[in-house]
Ligand binder design. Structure first.
Ligand code: KG4
Ligand code: ZN
Length: 334
Protein backbone atom coordinates (compact mmCIF):
# COMPACT_ATOMS: atom_id res chain seq x y z
CA UNK A 1 0.00 0.00 0.00
CA UNK A 2 1.22 3.51 -0.81
CA UNK A 3 1.64 4.97 2.65
CA UNK A 4 5.31 5.82 3.14
CA UNK A 5 7.20 9.09 2.76
CA UNK A 6 10.88 8.96 1.82
CA UNK A 7 12.73 12.07 3.05
CA UNK A 8 16.19 13.42 2.26
CA UNK A 9 18.22 15.84 4.38
CA UNK A 10 21.54 17.29 3.15
CA UNK A 11 21.46 20.87 4.46
CA UNK A 12 24.86 20.73 6.18
CA UNK A 13 27.21 17.87 7.02
CA UNK A 14 24.93 14.85 7.42
CA UNK A 15 23.65 12.84 4.46
CA UNK A 16 20.41 11.42 5.79
CA UNK A 17 17.45 9.49 4.40
CA UNK A 18 14.41 8.45 6.40
CA UNK A 19 11.12 6.68 5.82
CA UNK A 20 8.00 7.51 7.81
CA UNK A 21 4.27 7.08 7.99
CA UNK A 22 2.06 9.40 10.01
CA UNK A 23 3.03 8.98 13.66
CA UNK A 24 5.95 6.65 13.05
CA UNK A 25 9.52 7.06 11.79
CA UNK A 26 10.35 3.62 10.38
CA UNK A 27 13.98 4.16 9.53
CA UNK A 28 16.35 7.11 9.81
CA UNK A 29 19.82 6.59 8.33
CA UNK A 30 22.39 9.32 9.06
CA UNK A 31 25.79 9.26 7.37
CA UNK A 32 27.82 11.95 9.13
CA UNK A 33 30.78 13.75 7.56
CA UNK A 34 31.75 15.24 10.90
CA UNK A 35 35.00 13.26 11.19
CA UNK A 36 36.22 14.79 7.91
CA UNK A 37 35.26 18.40 8.76
CA UNK A 38 36.75 17.97 12.25
CA UNK A 39 40.21 17.97 10.63
CA UNK A 40 39.55 21.55 9.46
CA UNK A 41 37.87 22.74 12.67
CA UNK A 42 34.54 23.41 10.93
CA UNK A 43 32.36 22.50 7.95
CA UNK A 44 34.01 23.13 4.55
CA UNK A 45 31.03 23.64 2.19
CA UNK A 46 32.77 22.29 -0.95
CA UNK A 47 33.84 19.13 0.84
CA UNK A 48 30.31 18.73 2.23
CA UNK A 49 28.74 18.90 -1.26
CA UNK A 50 31.17 16.35 -2.67
CA UNK A 51 30.64 13.93 0.18
CA UNK A 52 26.86 14.21 -0.19
CA UNK A 53 27.24 13.27 -3.87
CA UNK A 54 29.27 10.20 -2.89
CA UNK A 55 26.86 9.13 -0.17
CA UNK A 56 23.35 10.00 -1.31
CA UNK A 57 22.49 6.96 -3.46
CA UNK A 58 24.05 4.59 -0.94
CA UNK A 59 22.07 6.10 1.93
CA UNK A 60 18.80 6.00 -0.08
CA UNK A 61 19.41 2.33 -0.79
CA UNK A 62 20.30 1.60 2.82
CA UNK A 63 17.10 3.26 4.06
CA UNK A 64 14.90 1.34 1.59
CA UNK A 65 16.56 -1.93 2.57
CA UNK A 66 16.27 -1.22 6.30
CA UNK A 67 12.56 -0.39 5.97
CA UNK A 68 12.04 -3.42 3.71
CA UNK A 69 9.68 -1.54 1.41
CA UNK A 70 9.54 -1.10 -2.36
CA UNK A 71 9.04 2.09 -4.38
CA UNK A 72 5.46 0.95 -5.03
CA UNK A 73 4.79 1.52 -1.31
CA UNK A 74 5.98 5.15 -1.38
CA UNK A 75 3.41 7.99 -1.60
CA UNK A 76 5.70 11.07 -1.65
CA UNK A 77 9.30 12.30 -1.61
CA UNK A 78 10.25 15.01 0.90
CA UNK A 79 13.43 17.04 0.97
CA UNK A 80 15.01 19.90 2.90
CA UNK A 81 14.82 22.94 0.59
CA UNK A 82 16.58 25.35 3.00
CA UNK A 83 18.00 27.06 4.90
CA UNK A 84 21.43 25.47 4.62
CA UNK A 85 24.58 25.28 2.50
CA UNK A 86 23.69 25.90 -1.15
CA UNK A 87 25.78 23.11 -2.70
CA UNK A 88 24.80 20.61 -0.03
CA UNK A 89 21.08 21.39 -0.42
CA UNK A 90 21.39 20.96 -4.22
CA UNK A 91 22.53 17.36 -3.88
CA UNK A 92 19.51 16.41 -1.77
CA UNK A 93 17.03 18.30 -3.95
CA UNK A 94 18.36 16.79 -7.20
CA UNK A 95 18.12 13.30 -5.72
CA UNK A 96 14.57 13.99 -4.47
CA UNK A 97 13.45 15.43 -7.82
CA UNK A 98 14.90 12.44 -9.66
CA UNK A 99 13.01 9.99 -7.42
CA UNK A 100 9.78 12.02 -7.71
CA UNK A 101 10.16 12.07 -11.51
CA UNK A 102 10.96 8.42 -12.11
CA UNK A 103 8.35 7.07 -9.67
CA UNK A 104 5.81 9.79 -10.50
CA UNK A 105 5.41 10.92 -6.89
CA UNK A 106 4.58 14.30 -5.34
CA UNK A 107 7.54 16.34 -4.10
CA UNK A 108 7.28 17.94 -0.63
CA UNK A 109 9.79 20.73 0.12
CA UNK A 110 10.52 21.05 3.85
CA UNK A 111 11.88 23.97 5.87
CA UNK A 112 14.85 22.86 7.96
CA UNK A 113 13.87 24.77 11.11
CA UNK A 114 10.23 23.69 10.86
CA UNK A 115 11.42 20.09 10.70
CA UNK A 116 13.53 20.60 13.84
CA UNK A 117 10.44 21.98 15.64
CA UNK A 118 8.20 19.08 14.57
CA UNK A 119 10.80 16.52 15.73
CA UNK A 120 8.86 16.54 19.03
CA UNK A 121 5.54 15.88 17.28
CA UNK A 122 5.95 12.36 15.91
CA UNK A 123 3.36 10.33 17.80
CA UNK A 124 0.96 13.23 18.36
CA UNK A 125 0.52 16.83 17.26
CA UNK A 126 1.35 19.71 19.63
CA UNK A 127 -1.12 21.45 21.90
CA UNK A 128 -1.55 24.91 20.40
CA UNK A 129 -0.58 27.66 20.96
CA UNK A 130 2.95 26.21 21.10
CA UNK A 131 6.17 28.06 21.81
CA UNK A 132 9.35 26.61 20.27
CA UNK A 133 12.88 27.51 21.30
CA UNK A 134 15.05 26.79 18.27
CA UNK A 135 18.72 26.34 19.18
CA UNK A 136 21.04 25.14 16.41
CA UNK A 137 24.33 25.90 14.70
CA UNK A 138 22.74 28.59 12.56
CA UNK A 139 19.63 29.69 14.47
CA UNK A 140 18.47 30.87 17.89
CA UNK A 141 14.82 31.82 17.72
CA UNK A 142 11.62 31.85 19.71
CA UNK A 143 8.84 30.72 17.41
CA UNK A 144 5.16 30.90 18.30
CA UNK A 145 2.75 28.49 16.60
CA UNK A 146 -0.86 29.62 17.05
CA UNK A 147 -2.05 26.64 15.00
CA UNK A 148 -0.38 23.72 13.15
CA UNK A 149 2.33 24.93 10.73
CA UNK A 150 1.60 28.63 11.48
CA UNK A 151 4.88 30.17 12.57
CA UNK A 152 5.56 33.62 14.03
CA UNK A 153 9.15 34.45 14.98
CA UNK A 154 8.91 36.50 18.17
CA UNK A 155 12.60 36.42 19.12
CA UNK A 156 15.90 36.04 17.29
CA UNK A 157 19.62 36.35 17.90
CA UNK A 158 21.15 39.70 17.10
CA UNK A 159 24.55 38.15 16.35
CA UNK A 160 25.82 34.56 16.74
CA UNK A 161 23.59 31.51 17.00
CA UNK A 162 24.02 29.62 20.25
CA UNK A 163 25.47 26.50 18.57
CA UNK A 164 27.97 28.71 16.76
CA UNK A 165 28.95 30.27 20.12
CA UNK A 166 29.38 26.82 21.68
CA UNK A 167 31.60 25.77 18.76
CA UNK A 168 33.67 28.98 18.89
CA UNK A 169 34.16 28.76 22.66
CA UNK A 170 35.20 25.12 22.26
CA UNK A 171 37.77 26.15 19.67
CA UNK A 172 39.15 28.78 22.08
CA UNK A 173 39.52 25.99 24.64
CA UNK A 174 41.29 23.86 21.97
CA UNK A 175 38.53 21.25 21.95
CA UNK A 176 37.71 19.34 18.73
CA UNK A 177 34.85 20.22 16.34
CA UNK A 178 31.90 20.18 16.87
CA UNK A 179 32.47 21.80 20.22
CA UNK A 180 28.92 21.77 21.62
CA UNK A 181 28.98 18.16 22.84
CA UNK A 182 32.55 18.66 24.21
CA UNK A 183 31.49 21.66 26.32
CA UNK A 184 28.41 19.74 27.46
CA UNK A 185 30.65 16.87 28.65
CA UNK A 186 33.31 19.08 30.30
CA UNK A 187 30.76 21.31 32.01
CA UNK A 188 29.58 18.34 34.08
CA UNK A 189 33.00 18.30 35.79
CA UNK A 190 33.33 22.04 36.50
CA UNK A 191 31.94 24.88 38.58
CA UNK A 192 30.75 28.25 37.31
CA UNK A 193 33.63 30.23 38.82
CA UNK A 194 34.40 32.57 35.87
CA UNK A 195 32.23 35.67 35.33
CA UNK A 196 30.37 35.54 31.99
CA UNK A 197 27.96 38.48 31.82
CA UNK A 198 24.50 38.05 30.34
CA UNK A 199 24.11 40.83 27.76
CA UNK A 200 21.32 43.39 27.76
CA UNK A 201 19.44 43.00 24.49
CA UNK A 202 16.89 45.53 23.24
CA UNK A 203 14.23 43.12 21.95
CA UNK A 204 12.32 41.56 24.84
CA UNK A 205 12.65 38.03 23.39
CA UNK A 206 15.89 38.51 21.44
CA UNK A 207 19.28 36.95 22.16
CA UNK A 208 22.96 37.82 21.86
CA UNK A 209 25.87 35.41 22.21
CA UNK A 210 28.89 37.16 20.71
CA UNK A 211 29.62 39.08 23.94
CA UNK A 212 29.65 35.83 25.93
CA UNK A 213 32.10 34.32 23.45
CA UNK A 214 34.29 37.46 23.74
CA UNK A 215 34.19 37.20 27.54
CA UNK A 216 35.63 33.67 27.26
CA UNK A 217 38.25 34.94 24.79
CA UNK A 218 39.29 37.70 27.21
CA UNK A 219 39.61 35.23 30.10
CA UNK A 220 41.83 32.95 27.96
CA UNK A 221 43.98 35.89 26.73
CA UNK A 222 44.38 37.32 30.22
CA UNK A 223 45.47 33.95 31.58
CA UNK A 224 48.01 33.64 28.72
CA UNK A 225 49.41 37.08 29.46
CA UNK A 226 49.88 36.55 33.18
CA UNK A 227 51.08 32.98 32.71
CA UNK A 228 48.16 31.35 34.52
CA UNK A 229 46.55 28.16 33.36
CA UNK A 230 42.85 28.02 32.60
CA UNK A 231 40.55 25.66 34.50
CA UNK A 232 38.91 24.44 31.30
CA UNK A 233 36.03 22.56 32.92
CA UNK A 234 35.18 25.58 35.09
CA UNK A 235 35.24 27.88 32.06
CA UNK A 236 33.02 25.48 30.09
CA UNK A 237 30.53 25.38 33.00
CA UNK A 238 30.62 29.17 33.39
CA UNK A 239 29.89 29.74 29.69
CA UNK A 240 27.19 27.07 29.52
CA UNK A 241 25.34 28.21 32.64
CA UNK A 242 25.32 31.83 31.43
CA UNK A 243 24.24 30.88 27.89
CA UNK A 244 21.41 28.65 29.10
CA UNK A 245 20.35 31.25 31.69
CA UNK A 246 19.98 33.79 28.88
CA UNK A 247 17.81 31.34 26.91
CA UNK A 248 15.59 30.61 29.90
CA UNK A 249 15.15 34.30 30.77
CA UNK A 250 13.74 34.95 27.31
CA UNK A 251 11.62 31.81 27.34
CA UNK A 252 10.15 32.87 30.68
CA UNK A 253 9.35 36.35 29.35
CA UNK A 254 7.58 34.87 26.31
CA UNK A 255 5.67 32.31 28.40
CA UNK A 256 4.46 35.13 30.65
CA UNK A 257 3.22 37.22 27.74
CA UNK A 258 1.67 34.55 25.47
CA UNK A 259 -1.04 32.00 26.33
CA UNK A 260 1.12 28.95 25.48
CA UNK A 261 -0.08 25.37 26.17
CA UNK A 262 3.05 23.50 25.04
CA UNK A 263 6.74 24.44 25.03
CA UNK A 264 9.12 22.65 22.67
CA UNK A 265 12.89 22.60 22.44
CA UNK A 266 14.30 22.18 18.91
CA UNK A 267 17.61 22.06 16.99
CA UNK A 268 21.03 20.51 17.54
CA UNK A 269 21.72 22.28 20.86
CA UNK A 270 18.57 20.63 22.29
CA UNK A 271 20.86 17.61 22.78
CA UNK A 272 22.59 19.62 25.53
CA UNK A 273 22.07 17.89 28.86
CA UNK A 274 22.08 21.03 31.02
CA UNK A 275 19.60 22.83 28.74
CA UNK A 276 17.31 19.77 28.69
CA UNK A 277 17.40 19.60 32.48
CA UNK A 278 16.59 23.30 32.87
CA UNK A 279 13.76 23.15 30.34
CA UNK A 280 12.21 20.11 32.03
CA UNK A 281 11.98 22.19 35.21
CA UNK A 282 9.73 24.80 33.56
CA UNK A 283 6.47 23.11 34.68
CA UNK A 284 7.56 23.55 38.32
CA UNK A 285 6.85 27.26 37.87
CA UNK A 286 4.05 26.74 35.32
CA UNK A 287 2.15 23.57 36.23
CA UNK A 288 -0.28 23.74 33.29
CA UNK A 289 2.53 23.89 30.70
CA UNK A 290 3.37 20.76 28.71
CA UNK A 291 7.09 20.59 27.89
CA UNK A 292 8.48 18.49 25.02
CA UNK A 293 12.09 17.81 24.13
CA UNK A 294 13.13 15.73 21.12
CA UNK A 295 14.71 12.30 21.65
CA UNK A 296 18.51 12.46 21.20
CA UNK A 297 18.48 10.82 17.75
CA UNK A 298 16.15 13.56 16.44
CA UNK A 299 18.06 16.55 17.92
CA UNK A 300 20.89 17.11 15.43
CA UNK A 301 20.32 17.07 11.66
CA UNK A 302 18.53 13.96 10.41
CA UNK A 303 15.95 13.06 7.76
CA UNK A 304 13.60 11.46 10.31
CA UNK A 305 12.39 14.89 11.37
CA UNK A 306 11.97 15.87 7.70
CA UNK A 307 9.92 12.75 6.96
CA UNK A 308 7.80 13.38 10.05
CA UNK A 309 6.97 17.00 9.17
CA UNK A 310 6.28 15.86 5.59
CA UNK A 311 3.47 13.62 6.90
CA UNK A 312 1.73 16.80 8.14
CA UNK A 313 2.44 18.62 4.85
CA UNK A 314 1.18 15.66 2.81
CA UNK A 315 -2.24 15.87 4.50
CA UNK A 316 -2.45 19.49 3.36
CA UNK A 317 -1.22 18.64 -0.17
CA UNK A 318 1.72 21.00 0.20
CA UNK A 319 3.47 19.73 -2.92
CA UNK A 320 5.84 21.59 -5.23
CA UNK A 321 6.62 21.34 -8.95
CA UNK A 322 9.90 19.76 -10.04
CA UNK A 323 11.07 23.21 -11.16
CA UNK A 324 11.75 24.42 -7.58
CA UNK A 325 15.27 25.33 -6.52
CA UNK A 326 17.11 25.23 -3.22
CA UNK A 327 16.82 28.22 -0.90
CA UNK A 328 19.91 28.72 1.34
CA UNK A 329 18.13 31.52 3.28
CA UNK A 330 14.58 30.13 3.11
CA UNK A 331 12.43 32.18 5.53
CA UNK A 332 10.24 30.27 8.00
CA UNK A 333 7.40 32.71 7.52
CA UNK A 334 6.04 34.21 4.30
O1 KG4 B 1 20.72 21.42 14.21
P1 KG4 B 1 22.14 21.09 14.00
O2 KG4 B 1 22.55 19.65 13.91
O3 KG4 B 1 22.65 21.80 12.70
C1 KG4 B 1 22.19 23.05 12.32
O4 KG4 B 1 21.06 23.12 11.78
O5 KG4 B 1 22.91 24.02 12.63
O6 KG4 B 1 22.96 21.81 15.17
C2 KG4 B 1 24.34 21.70 15.25
C3 KG4 B 1 24.81 22.45 16.47
C4 KG4 B 1 26.35 22.56 16.54
O7 KG4 B 1 26.68 23.90 16.81
C5 KG4 B 1 26.69 21.64 17.70
O8 KG4 B 1 27.86 22.03 18.40
C6 KG4 B 1 25.46 21.79 18.57
O9 KG4 B 1 24.39 21.78 17.67
N1 KG4 B 1 25.32 20.69 19.54
C7 KG4 B 1 25.40 20.88 20.88
C8 KG4 B 1 25.26 19.59 21.46
N2 KG4 B 1 25.10 18.68 20.45
C9 KG4 B 1 25.13 19.38 19.29
N3 KG4 B 1 25.59 21.99 21.61
C10 KG4 B 1 25.63 21.85 22.95
N4 KG4 B 1 25.52 20.66 23.59
C11 KG4 B 1 25.34 19.52 22.89
N5 KG4 B 1 25.21 18.34 23.52
ZN1 ZN C 1 19.74 21.69 11.93
Amino acid sequence: MKKYIVAIETSCDETSVAIATKGHIITNIVSSQMHVHAQFGGVIPEVASRMHVEQITLVIQEAMTAAAISWDDVMAIAVTQGPGLIGALHVGLQAAKTLAFIYNLPLIPVHHIASHIYASAVERDFLYPTLALVVSGGHTQLVLLKAPLEYTIIGDTQDDAIGEAYDKVARLLKLPYPGGPQIDRLAKEGHATYPIPIPKVDGKYDFSFSGMKTAVLNIVHHADQVGESIRIADLATSFQEAAVKQLLLKVDAALTDYPVREFVLAGGVSANSYLRQQVLELPKRRPSLLVSIPPFHLCTDNAGMVANLATYLYERHMFAPLSIGVHPDLPLVG
